[in-house]
Design a protein around this ligand. Structure first.
Ligand code: ZN
Length: 560
């Protein structure tokens, strides 16, 4: 952000000449003009009326682009953006730019030169996946050494369970021909020798490298804050979530907000593991955003409870066994809950009693059964309006929807899964069960308010991919995963704006373009309601505006 952009804040502005989709109401409605003042929307209506009432407002010509409320990140992990902001994406399309080894080298090289990374420092790539490379093999230290003899280079595998290191990085880790392979690990060796080839997996990676990597100190993290927020702002988000924050994370965000460094709304979910330290402690207040900045701020939105793992990892807690057994060959295997039911019930009660909004991660139907039972034990129902959120709710059963309505539970779904792991789910639980994954259509029919999320860094932040996956439910191999659960673009956008705002108890503050709400907008290359479903992912964010302040502008985008 620059000074001149921040100065916009105090000047009334009227936006005209675009598709201004307000997201205000059950069916799409458009405004001819929107006027903002002091970070808030002060007028929505006809252009002639805006001119008459606000004659001195600066005119912002949208030049036919679409303007929507800023996207609200219903669930992701902002803290990962700190690490990734200092790294480079070497994933394959559609999430990254690399299809072969030369393109990985080129991507690392342009990162090195753009950031001026000095020799001896780290260059770390994320999203590396050898399965997607045309060479169909792992990159080696020799491939990397040729271009990077003096930098420490590491490509972290997309699974986060391994990495390829170049010679300088292996030397830092102290891994050479004499290093024994640890139990449960893999050190790939140059054929015919004991010399490491570059790839390390599982315990060899986790113990010898990952756990020993230097963690950025607070000062460094504060410096990375702009890059981390830009990952969200450049994707049109004006609200970002830290979906599992330690007490140290909460304090970091408080410091950042005090220093005026948060220009997006950052909402953190405090960890249930440390609930005793922050719940009810006046040092961690729950009453809205704190900020010294011109836009944005920080709030503790609620408590995050983990109750199971992931369905693609076969660690989601299911009622019925996985068709392929467990990740270590266990059979029968239906996953496990993260904590015993009694502990879940106790921590849910602790949150409810303290007036803290409860967000529980639950993917499998058995985990969802537990959450429903735990909430039932507190006596809270929809009448109490506690908006308990079940994050993911992926392998929900149809009968769970009635319980959600009765108990006032709001699901935050994850339709990107239908693309990235839909084929895996079919193999794991069969087509019929897999095709009810993230059932947005059924939930909306039940009258539930829903959101849809990326769980970044699990999937990328691209909001148009989320939109497309909710509308198409198509797997990587092209199977439609539950055609009856597809929703239209307006409903899919609702899950990223109004629905997400509701889940944050912020529907009177953001999520729609309406008078009195925050001037939080995303300007998009074209109106998502008037683009073919299969062209939705070609949409781009031209500009992101938070409380009237331009916080992202695409190079060569909107000409204002
Ligand atoms: Zn998550």
């Amino acid at each position: 952000m620059t000074e001149s952009q921040a100065a916009d804040h105090h000047q009334d502005q009227t936006f005209v000449n675009g598709s201004i989709l307000t997201m205000d109401g059950p069916v799409p409605s458009y405004a001819e003009a929107v006027t903002i003042c002091g970070g808030k929307i002060v007028f929505v209506g006809a252009a002639a009326d805006a001119r008459e009432r606000f004659p001195r407002a600066e005119l912002r010509d949208l030049e036919g682009a679409a303007m929507l409320p800023g996207f609200i990140d219903a669930h992701s992990h902002l803290s990962f953006a700190f690490e990734l902001a200092g790294q480079v994406n070497v994933g394959a399309p559609p999430v990254g730019p690399c299809q072969d080894i030369p393109s990985i080298i080129a991507t690392l090289e342009s990162f090195r030169s753009a950031r001026n990374v000095p020799e001896g420092d780290w260059i770390i790539g994320y999203g590396y996946d050898q399965e997607t490379l045309t060479e169909r093999r792992h990159i080696t230290k020799d491939d990397l050494d040729a271009q990077f003899p003096h930098h420490r280079v590491m490509l972290v595998h997309v699974s986060s369970h391994g990495a390829v290191l170049n010679s300088a990085a292996l030397a830092w880790a102290g891994i050479d021909a004499t290093t024994p392979t640890p139990d449960g690990g893999i050190i790939s060796r140059v054929p015919g020798s004991q010399e490491p080839a570059g790839l390390l997996m599982e315990t060899a990676y986790i113990h010898l490298v990952a756990n020993r990597m230097p963690r950025p100190a607070e000062a460094q993290r504060l410096q990375l804050l702009d890059g981390a927020q830009q990952m969200y702002a450049s994707n049109g988000y004006t609200h970002a979530q830290d979906g599992f924050a330690s007490v140290a994370d909460l304090e970091f965000y408080q410091t950042a907000a005090e220093a005026g460094l948060l220009y997006l709304d950052v909402a953190a979910l405090g960890s249930f593991l440390e609930a005793g330290q922050w719940v009810g402690n006046p040092r961690y207040p729950l009453n809205g955003y704190s900020s010294r900045g011109e836009s944005g701020g920080f709030k503790i939105a609620g408590m995050k409870i983990l109750h199971d793992g992931s369905p693609q990892g076969r660690t989601a807690y299911m009622r019925e066994p996985y068709l392929q057994g467990g990740p270590d060959g266990q059979s029968p295997w239906r996953g496990e809950s993260t904590v015993p039911f009694e502990q879940l019930a106790a921590v849910v009660r602790q949150g409810i009693d303290a007036g803290v909004q409860v967000f529980t991660h639950a993917n499998g139907d058995a985990a969802i059964d537990d959450v429903i039972r735990a909430l039932d034990l507190t006596g809270v129902t929809s009448v109490d309006d506690r908006r308990t959120v079940v994050i993911h709710s992926q392998f929900q059963r149809p009968e769970h929807l009635g319980d959600y309505v009765r108990l006032g539970i709001s699901p935050s779904y994850f339709t990107n899964h239908s693309y990235f792991w839909g084929d895996v789910h079919i193999a794991n639980v069969g087509y019929e069960r897999a095709s009810f994954i993230s059932p947005l259509k059924s939930a909306l029919k039940h009258g539930l308010t829903v959101s849809n999320h990326t769980d970044f860094p699990v999937t990328g932040l691209n909001p148009f991919f989320v939109l497309w996956s909710a509308m198409s439910r198509t797997t990587r191999s092209g199977v439609i995963l539950g055609a009856e659960e597809r929703i239209d673009a307006y409903a899919a956008l609702g899950a990223m704006t109004t629905g997400a705002a509701y889940q944050m108890f912020e529907e009177r503050r953001k999520g729609r373009i309406a008078e009195g709400l925050l001037a939080d907008f995303v300007i998009v290359s074209a109106d998502p309601l008037h683009v073919d479903r299969d062209k939705i992912t070609e949409l781009t964010v031209l500009e992101t505006i938070k409380e009237g302040v331009t916080v992202f502008k695409a190079p060569g985008g909107s000409k204002n």
